[in-house]
Write a protein that binds this ligand. Sequence first.
Ligand SMILES: [Zn+2]
Length: 191
Amino acid sequence: MTTCTCSARLPFRALKTKEDLAEVRQRFRELLEEGLLELLQNYVDENHFDNTLYRCTRCGCEYILNYVHKGFRGYCGPVEKPAVVDTTHFEMRSVPLRRLLDYLLNSGHEPSYNGSSVYGGRPGNWVNFGCCFDEISVRRKFNLPATVEYSEHYDVKGGSISMFYDEETGDAIFGPHPLMAKGTGVKTIRF
Ligand SMILES: [Zn+2]
């Protein structure tokens, strides 16, 4: 049981301008000075992006500030707690993506999501791992056909992802967007 009110002070917020960014940077700075937050990760490139993670010193809740300067887009707010994921049964029908899935599972990567498409309304089994992919060498290693597409997406609320998507089955294996993963210790699968 926690009586911490940090989430009320740090609600989700979309950032659309430099002024928005300056305002939330100032807010986080104040909360750091007050000792309410501690800094977990701070990867800032003034020309490109802010990728900063904080933790509430009272309850352990985490907050992220994620901003891409090009196009002025980003958000800040609570990091949602990962749901319990079934790692024993996968619906994936895509034969090529199964090869990649089996490799990731057998090499100790834990999926953080196993379910339907994160974009909704589509068939297929989508599985998320906390790693990025070097498209060319992964494609070669697992003999992925042209019907398996690689793409990178920036999505404010849902998080930014990179993915291999099998257009024949609707299945996908995805991970963080490489830009958002920079400096965070996220591994890139490369052969
Ligand atoms: Zn808290």
